[in-house]
Design a protein around this ligand. Structure first.
Ligand SMILES: *[C@@H]1O[C@H](CO)[C@@H](O)[C@H](O)[C@H]1NC(C)=O
Ligand SMILES: *[C@@H]1O[C@H](CO)[C@@H](O)[C@H](O)[C@H]1NC(C)=O
Ligand SMILES: *[C@@H]1O[C@H](CO)[C@@H](O)[C@H](O)[C@H]1NC(C)=O
Length: 256
């Protein structure tokens, strides 16, 4: 009898810990490192891609994007999303290169696992939320886009797609970027519905994701993903402990 009770208790304990260790209710992911999100163009798993195009080439040792995706990432109204950067006149090249880099990071990075969330969208099953973007990367993006124009602050929704690419909806006037994005954080956070969070950590700190990096020194985002993956699983374990007192009545019942 005592042995049966012990077995039951152990099973229960295992269940409680497993339950508490789930990062969030909406995320079924257990692997946070070296993963690709389940989205429109991502490969299933990261692997080497020696022909990645220009700005995407830093990811060639380990990438979630194919060569084709990396080439398309550099085009206007590409087959990836038919997105028109020039919706308020021509986007300046100095600005556009940040959008290309943002696309490369999104499509190619195998280090975004800690921020992947499941979503109910027709075009993807997973997205990233609150990726801590290094402050210099966000600042530079904002500065280089000051002279370009746009008509919206959330570029995920609300466009007129009737012609096959996004156009400004009626009533959304074109203004310089800073009208819709008064600060660097407003740009990085709002443009893709909080895919990024503006971090106050700096490039090289190991605590924020770099959109730009020199692959000669390796990919700095590997360490960042490891750091946050560990922090998240520790937080999850701590969430399991408060559940233990609720086991006491059960324990008493089983022993009675
Ligand atoms: C990438 O693949 C798509 C779909 O197969 C194709 O339409 C497109 O032309 C390709 N792009 C390049 C640059 O090869
Ligand atoms: C959408 O764009 C098309 C073509 O440019 C235009 O004819 C139509 O009026 C626009 N519709 C809305 C709701 O903005
Ligand atoms: C970032 O900001 C938070 C609060 O705004 C502060 O507690 C933290 O020390 C800052 N970190 C760095 C690296 O500046």
């Amino acid at each position: 009898m005592a042995r049966l009770v012990t077995t039951q208790l152990l099973l229960l304990l295992a269940w409680v810990i497993a339950w508490g260790a789930q990062p969030t209710a909406s995320r079924a992911r257990t692997e946070l490192l070296d993963v690709c999100m389940d989205a429109k163009h991502h490969k299933e798993k990261p692997s080497p891609e020696d022909k990645l195009h220009e700005q995407c080439s830093p990811w060639k040792k380990k990438a979630c994007c194919s060569t084709n995706t990396s080439q398309e990432a550099h085009k206007d109204i590409s087959y990836l999303y038919r997105f028109n950067w020039d919706h308020c006149g021509k986007m300046e090249p100095a600005c556009k290169r940040h959008f290309i880099q943002d696309t490369c990071l999104y499509e190619c990075s195998p280090n975004l696992g800690p921020w992947i969330q499941q979503v109910d969208q027709s075009w993807r099953k997973e997205r990233v939320l609150d990726v801590p973007l290094c402050k210099e990367d966000c600042q530079r993006w904002w500065e280089d886009c000051r002279t370009s124009h746009t008509c919206k602050s959330n570029w995920h929704k609300g466009w007129n797609w009737t012609s096959g690419f996004n156009q400004c909806p009626v009533g959304a006037a074109c203004h310089p970027f800073h009208f819709y994005f008064p600060t660097p954080a407003a740009l990085c956070e709002e443009i893709w519905s909080h895919s990024y969070k503006a971090s106050n950590y700096s490039r090289g700190s190991g605590r924020c994701i770099q959109m730009w990096f020199d692959p000669a020194q390796g990919n700095p985002n590997e360490e960042v993903a490891r750091f946050y993956a560990e922090a998240m699983s520790e937080a999850a374990l701590h969430r399991a402990w408060p559940l233990l007192p609720s086991l006491v009545p059960l324990l008493l019942f089983l022993l009675s």
